[in-house]
Design a protein around this ligand. Sequence first.
Ligand SMILES: *Cc1c(COP(=O)(O)O)cnc(C)c1O
Length: 363
Amino acid sequence: MDIIPISQPDLKEDEINAVIDVLKSGIIVQGEKTKQLEQLFTEICGTRYAIAVNSGTAALHTALHSTGIGPGDEVITSPFTFGATANSILMVGAKPVFVDIELDSFNIDSSKIERAITKNTKAILPINLYGQPADYAELHTIAKKYNLIIVEDAAQSVGSKYNNIASGNLGDLGCFSLYATKNIMCGEGGIVTTNSKQFYEKAKLFRNHGQSENERYNYHSLGYNYRLTDIASAIGVKQVKKLTQYTKRRQAIAKKYNAAFSGLDGIRIPIVKPNRIHVFHQYTIIVTDESKLSRDELQRYLQEKNIQTNIYYPKPLNEFDHFRSNGKFPFADRAAKQVLSIPVHPQLTDEQIDYIISTLSNI
Ligand SMILES: *Cc1c(COP(=O)(O)O)cnc(C)c1O
């Protein structure tokens, strides 16, 4: 039996043909396909604007830059995330300030944010981890009180909702990744969403060396080459059209897993908090102290049974020197030791799902 992978890009005839069309058109960078992808993201998110860039990291960097955050400023985020989240804060010269997570949702614990705010705090950067939005009602209350910007790390949450508002439209700016393993992808790519014309204009300059779209070689401000290719955008456009179908399949698989695993000792199934639509970028269980096998033993066992799993994330970011954090984050520490993500991508067959369920249940 072949190994069941933790993620698998869905590239079919329509993506392949779309790429061939772009190659034949001769316009392969930031052309009509990229515009179309941006338009589709404004529709998914319900935002006024969307700016395509060439990675999720570039989206985070562009978003933070657009707000004017820089040296001397602090940005509050969670340490239980991919390195790109906090790296983007360093990239604008600001300081990441970590706040611990909630153990049920794995998202930033909004009740602990206020004590981390200083006179230098400019923004909150919540991650909608595994596809579930953070607690935006509370985040907005805090942001309003202290005049902070909210930038969503929405790399894992395309299509998710909080109080019926789409991810990407839950803060002042939203940042998506279209990396190969995400819910929709184009190899490498990213999108910034916003309702602010000012942020939008700044973001557009930033992705192309400070040049405006209709006047080259006139550099208004610092910028990078964060342009997306139309080759990638063509794939992205096809993927967006399948987003609803993908999301439904992920949710259906999660539901099956929940039913099968909720009675098992030693594992805790993912919790969906009130008013959220979870899009299950990952289906992540907690291997509790009651489990006969440790988390790492369970992972090795599943690997022997040809089920690939992964640990997102094995080490909280506060433990890395360059983030210069000396706080304590007990729940992030605990999550790093106990989480295990099992395959939940839409390409899984019913046989594979049943096999994963029986293998885990039999332990
Ligand atoms: C994937 C990811 C990113 C970075 O996206 P890239 O496209 O890989 O640059 C940022 N934050 C989180 C939470 C991610 O999962």
